[in-house]
Design a protein around this ligand. Structure first.
Ligand code: ATP
Length: 212
């Protein structure tokens, strides 16, 4: 069973990594693929170039068993739609392996505006983790109720189609806050892995133009 966590990762931080580990352990995932988004369809352009964001994810997952950076969206032309990524992955792993799309509650709240969102349930399970500041529940009507389960075994038994909500350690960390901290000359240490903080510093990311 494979977990998929897509994001801009601008930069990746412990609010991505810790929930991913908790979901991995709770569901018994074999691996978690972190997929940096090339051109996000639903938000403004990321600040750091995709190569930098991928390099930070590489550093963050290095040495962590079962965590992998998956570069499949990096070179795709046009917006990076999740449905295309899942189709791609499905073609790679075959029809039988369960895929679990991992979303924070804020991302899940926008699901019904995603490109061809109703096909997503046919390609993967959806695992939603709570995130500080986002609402605790959402109503997608029958679509949601028909799929909902609390039992990881139900995800293991089918390749796609179930919906599971999972509480995780609440870490009120956002990439936006980290970028603004770095822009003000403050250290982001202890909000993200040390190797990522070092990368940000050496590459001079998120500093205002003209800053040393
Ligand atoms: P930004 O502040 O730039 O919007 P972000 O910190 O929200 O970025 P993303 O890369 O947009 O990070 O998030 C990717 C995924 O990780 C989304 O599904 C999001 O809900 C989830 N996520 C991000 N931060 C947290 C957090 N602190 N706790 C739980 N989930 C999170």
């Amino acid at each position: 069973m494979i977990g998929i966590l897509g994001g801009t990762f601008d930069p990746i931080h412990f609010g991505h990594l810790r929930p991913a580990l908790e979901v991995k352990e709770h569901l018994g995932l074999d691996e978690v693929r972190f997929i940096p988004c090339g051109t996000p369809p639903h938000r403004r352009r990321p600040v750091a170039a995709v190569a930098h964001r991928a390099a930070m994810v590489e550093r963050a997952v290095e040495g962590q068993p079962g965590f992998r950076m998956d570069p499949r969206e990096l070179h795709r032309e046009g917006p990076s739609y999740t449905v295309d990524t899942l189709q791609d992955l499905r073609a790679e792993v075959g029809q039988d392996v369960p895929l679990c799309l991992m979303l924070g509650m804020d991302a899940f709240a926008g699901l019904s505006s995603w490109h061809r969102w109703q096909e997503i349930g046919g390609l993967a399970h959806i695992v939603v983790s709570h995130r500080p500041g986002s609402p605790a529940s959402h109503d997608l009507g029958d679509w949601m109720e028909d799929r909902r389960t609390h039992d990881p075994e139900h995800l293991r038994r089918a390749p796609a189609g179930r919906l599971l909500f999972m509480p995780v350690t609440q870490l009120d960390i956002s990439a936006t806050a980290i970028r603004s901290m770095v822009a003000r000359g403050r250290s982001p240490q202890f909000l993200l892995p040390r190797r990522v903080a070092e990368y940000i510093e050496h590459a001079g990311l998120y500093r205002p133009p003209g800053a040393e």
